[in-house]
Design a binder for this molecule. Structure first.
Ligand code: PXG
Length: 466
């Protein structure tokens, strides 16, 4: 470690709680226990300040798609820092990495995407989306088309517009959100909203019909767009039925409403396709991206702008009064180019599609025999296990734990203590491991998952909760 980073764990923890306000954190609770200090990483493994090795089944925060320590990305950053560490794109200037990345994205995007607007993060990307959509309808002579429809339990970021688009009730409760002109429908989560005996496909169509009902409630001529994550990530890896997105597409087409895909998690191979909309068979007008574009090595986000909007914006829009200091940051764009080249060279998208994705699916299916697992599902290299108090049997549905028992957090604690990063969202345990993961590493991860489920089960038995 470089000298200025030489402290004991206790010293780091004291400095941390004295000065560092963490995102989404109860600081008093954290100070009482002390943060875990992560000091290094390689491939899919993290190391903490106590020397523990931890298998990172969350790719950092859904972002380290190519794994840690990739020399190509490090060298690309170093070269660009030496050549030109920064220049902006505001005043009729551009830098080679930003132009080259815009061109590259037009090649790997779904058909009809030739343009990109760069931001520093996914949240800024979704703020850009709101402004782009409203600007588009102004230019189309329909300024009353102002309302965006999103979903409860969606996550679209933490800025005012991002948190408003998102449907997290805890976030809306702080700071007077959502901002005006954003409304929500329920998510396509059958455990929560399914009817007894309803097939998965029927549920998918019914969940999509909530969009049509909301459009008619708001007034079809008032609605600008619908936004969704192909698979809801932070909401708990909610994988929609195959019937859901095609029906959403049909409804958007019917009312002329823009369709927006937030691919901050699903983009760049996570689902076994370059973009999640390709996996689920819909054609969005805008795609928000971040995270996997640089594998998280450096912040970068943006919006892929489909031709329906790009044509109007460019040919009729004049100046679009929007942008960030770091829109098209040359170092971030250089790292993104190296990252995309690596994904292509290693065939990671195909590998997830043909090999590791199906293998993970079979491993998760096998976990359904565990007493604690109500259901287990995957999409590409993301997956979720639902922890239940009693499994379904015959016509009797599985029995959930009481939310105040926080069984997900209990299980997460066992994972953390046993060298595995797995997240808990309510009673759903979720993973999104690096796309470089091999079959042998999936086996290793599954061994850890099973061990942590066993420890959780024993713990719950001891408490008399199962
Ligand atoms: N859209 C989606 C779909 C996301 O998952 C954002 C937008 C915002 O991106 P930025 O770069 O502004 O954070 C995200 C971010 C979690 C968690 O707990 C998920 C995210 C961020 C932080 C925590 O799963 N996703």
């Amino acid at each position: 470690m470089t000298p200025q980073f030489e402290h004991s764990t206790a010293e780091w923890q004291a400095l941390d709680s004295a000065h560092f306000l963490h995102p989404f954190t109860d600081h008093q609770a954290l100070a009482a226990k002390g943060a875990r200090i992560i000091t290094r990483a390689d491939n899919i493994y993290l190391r903490d300040s106590e020397g523990h090795q931890i298998l990172d089944a969350m790719s950092g925060l859904w972002c380290v798609n190519v794994g840690y320590g990739q020399r190509d990305l490090i060298d690309a950053a170093t070269r660009q820092l030496e050549t030109l560490p920064f220049y902006n794109a505001f005043f009729q200037t551009a830098t080679p990495p930003a132009i080259a990345l815009a061109h590259k994205l037009s090649q790997i995007s779904p058909p009809g995407f030739e343009h990109v607007f760069f931001t520093g993060s996914g949240s800024e990307g979704n703020d850009t989306v709101v402004r782009l959509v409203r600007r588009y309808w102004d230019l189309m002579g329909q300024p009353q088309r102002h309302t965006l429809i999103s979903r409860f339990n969606a996550y679209h970021g933490s800025t005012m517009a991002g948190a408003s688009l998102g449907g997290m009730s805890d976030m809306h409760a702080q700071g007077g959100l959502p901002i005006p002109g954003i409304v929500h429908i329920d998510q396509p989560y059958q455990v929560q909203h399914g009817l007894p005996g309803e097939s998965r496909d029927d549920f998918g169509r019914r969940a999509a019909s909530w969009l049509e009902a909301k459009i008619l409630e708001v007034g079809a001529d008032q609605v600008a767009a619908f936004i969704g994550e192909p698979v809801q990530g932070a909401g708990g890896v909610i994988i929609p039925p195959e019937t859901y997105w095609p029906e959403i597409q049909r409804i958007c087409d019917r009312y002329g409403i823009l369709l927006l895909s937030d691919e901050v998690i699903c983009g760049f191979g996570r689902t076994g396709h370059w973009f999640g909309c390709e996996r689920f068979g819909f054609r969005p007008d805008l795609i928000t991206f971040a995270k996997g574009i640089t594998s998280g090595y450096i912040p970068l986000g943006g919006v892929l702008v489909g031709e329906r909007i790009a044509k109007v914006l460019i040919e009729q829009g004049g100046e679009f009064s929007h942008g960030y200091t770091y829109s098209g940051h040359p170092v971030a764009c250089a790292v993104a180019l190296a990252n995309l080249a690596l994904i292509e060279r290693e065939g990671l998208v195909q590998r997830v599609h043909n090999d590791t994705g199906p293998y993970l699916a079979s491993c998760f299916a096998a976990l359904q025999d565990h007493s604690l697992v109500g259901d287990a599902e995957t999409c590409g290299l993301m997956g979720a296990l639902r922890l239940v108090r009693r499994k379904a049997s015959g016509a009797t549905a599985a029995e959930a734990f009481a939310p105040e028992q926080s069984v997900g957090m209990l299980c997460r604690g066992h994972c953390f203590a046993n060298g595995l990063i797995m997240r808990a969202v309510g009673d759903r345990m979720i993973i999104a491991p690096p796309l470089v993961m091999t079959r042998a590493q999936i086996d290793e991860m599954m061994g850890l998952i099973r061990r942590c489920l066993d420890l959780s089960w024993a713990d719950l038995q001891q408490r008399g909760w199962v």
